[in-house]
Design a protein around this ligand. Structure first.
Ligand code: NAD
Length: 413
């Protein structure tokens, strides 16, 4: 894993080097390379909305587990924008990297953990929440260990790679009486929330069609892609990495669940990247209302992050829909296009602040373990349909989300 120097100034500044870097980074979120020096340029944009500042003593301490691309490139810098959460510890298998990052973040040496000393976090009262940012198949074990240590858990998407692991994580949270939140940052992102409001308002008329495309080129020379192209570690290549945004997006925009899935894969097996995982997967969801969702994902097509809903009276397009910055929302109603303007926020800072409110103020969670498991089960159903050559796989197992993300966001406003 490549390491880049992190300055303390960088930690404090960062965040939304905002609009400028958003425009510069047209690529899909997951395609960004570590560009820390550039991101340190500029002053932080104010975080509009979100929780109020907590007094320092009340701030929720977060231990970041895994110092890879997302942790170094987005999450650690985001602490500079947090109002209710603070960095309390780092966990890494690379002691030199951990020491360097801790020093630059102002953490004492005793706030550095390895995967071996991980369970000793139980005795560390500075840590309230463990934020799991590891390869997908490792999420479950480290989540369960964190609960056993008495901590709350914020776990990156996808929640896990098997339904059994998801259930194990949910059961561990219950047994420990601690909170589990899946890191679905779009549940707090203003443009996605505005899109949910448009969808719920009915102004587009009855929705007749929904589509989503989410992918990017992958590279075997990038360590962060090596495990993503590994079957067991990723649980399914592009689908579990980036296709999940289209699955989750269809569900939160339409506000309903798929009852049936069909899927097909289109993989060039002579391409060494796809020895273990499928490349392009195209799927169809038949939603409970009858709307058909057409989705695609790929680790070989150009960076794409797009969601579209077409109703009898109008159309909504998000392109890019789920990037870290620069999300664009267009709403076409009655032949007129409008582009609602929403504040650019640091999504990781907001998400960690929201987790802090869950812990300190018992705020409800929209991205529950059950919500994460629903996407995992749907991805497994897609892969099952692929294996059966596009056969219909039933998914009407009765899942209903506990809280609508936009209802929760507007409730606290
Ligand atoms: P990465 O490969 O850059 O980082 C993973 C870290 O885990 C590395 O530091 C690596 O050394 C460590 N690791 C520990 N045990 C390992 C093992 N057995 N094999 C490989 N690595 C091991 O990956 P990343 O891009 O930071 O992604 C990490 C997680 O974050 C994934 O679950 C991914 O889906 C998620 N993610 C989420 C978003 C988002 O927008 N929410 C964006 C990117 C990544």
């Amino acid at each position: 894993m490549s390491d880049q120097p992190l300055s303390r100034r960088y930690f404090m500044q960062l965040g939304a080097a905002g609009a400028a870097s958003a425009i510069a980074s047209g690529a899909a979120a997951q395609d960004r390379r570590l560009d820390l020096p550039n991101r340190a340029i500029g002053r932080p944009a104010p975080q509009l909305g979100g929780p109020a500042e907590l007094p320092d003593a009340e701030k929720v301490g977060i231990a970041v587990v895994g110092l890879g691309k997302l942790a170094l490139g987005e999450v650690l810098p985001a602490f500079g924008q947090c109002r209710a959460a603070k960095l309390a510890a780092v966990v890494s298998g690379d002691p030199a990297k951990a020491r360097r990052v801790a020093a630059q973040a102002g953490l004492p040496d005793d706030a550095i953990y390895s995967y071996e000393s991980y369970d000793r976090m139980a005795q560390d009262r500075r840590i309230d929440v463990v934020y799991i940012i590891l390869p997908n198949s490792l999420h479950a074990d480290y989540t369960v260990r964190a609960f056993k240590a008495g901590k709350h858990v914020l776990c990156e998407k996808p929640m896990a790679t098997t339904e059994a692991d998801c259930r194990r994580m949910i059961a561990a949270a219950e047994a420990a009486d601690r909170k589990l939140m899946i890191a679905y940052r779009c549940f707090f992102e203003p443009a996605n929330l505005e899109a949910m409001r448009v969808m719920r308002s009915g102004t587009l008329g009855k929705i007749r069609s929904f589509s989503s495309d989410n992918g990017r080129p992958s590279s075997l020379s990038d360590p962060a892609d090596q495990w993503r192209l590994d079957g067991p570690l990723s649980g399914g290549g592009a689908l579990t990495d980036i296709g999940i945004y289209g699955i989750n997006g269809a569900r939160y925009l339409l506000g309903e669940e798929p009852v049936e899935v069909r899927a097909w894969a289109y993989t060039d097996k002579s391409d060494p990247r796809f020895a273990e995982t499928e490349d392009a997967i195209h799927w169809q969801f038949r939603m409970a209302s009858g709307v058909i969702v057409n989705g695609s994902t790929s680790f070989s097509y150009a960076s794409t992050s797009r969601l579209q809903a077409v109703g009898e009276k109008g159309r909504l397009v998000m392109d890019p829909a789920t990037n870290y910055r620069g999300i664009q929302l267009a709403v076409h109603e009655g032949g007129v296009e409008r582009r609602p303007q929403t504040p650019a926020i640091d999504q990781f800072a907001r998400e960690m602040d929201e987790m802090a409110m869950v812990v300190r103020r018992n705020r409800p969670i929209a991205a529950t373990g059950e919500e994460g498991m629903q996407d995992v089960r749907l991805m497994l159903a897609i892969l099952e349909s692929v294996r059966q050559g596009g056969a219909a796989v039933r998914t009407d197992w009765g899942y209903k989300r506990a809280v609508d993300p936009v209802e929760l966001a507007d409730r606290k406003a």
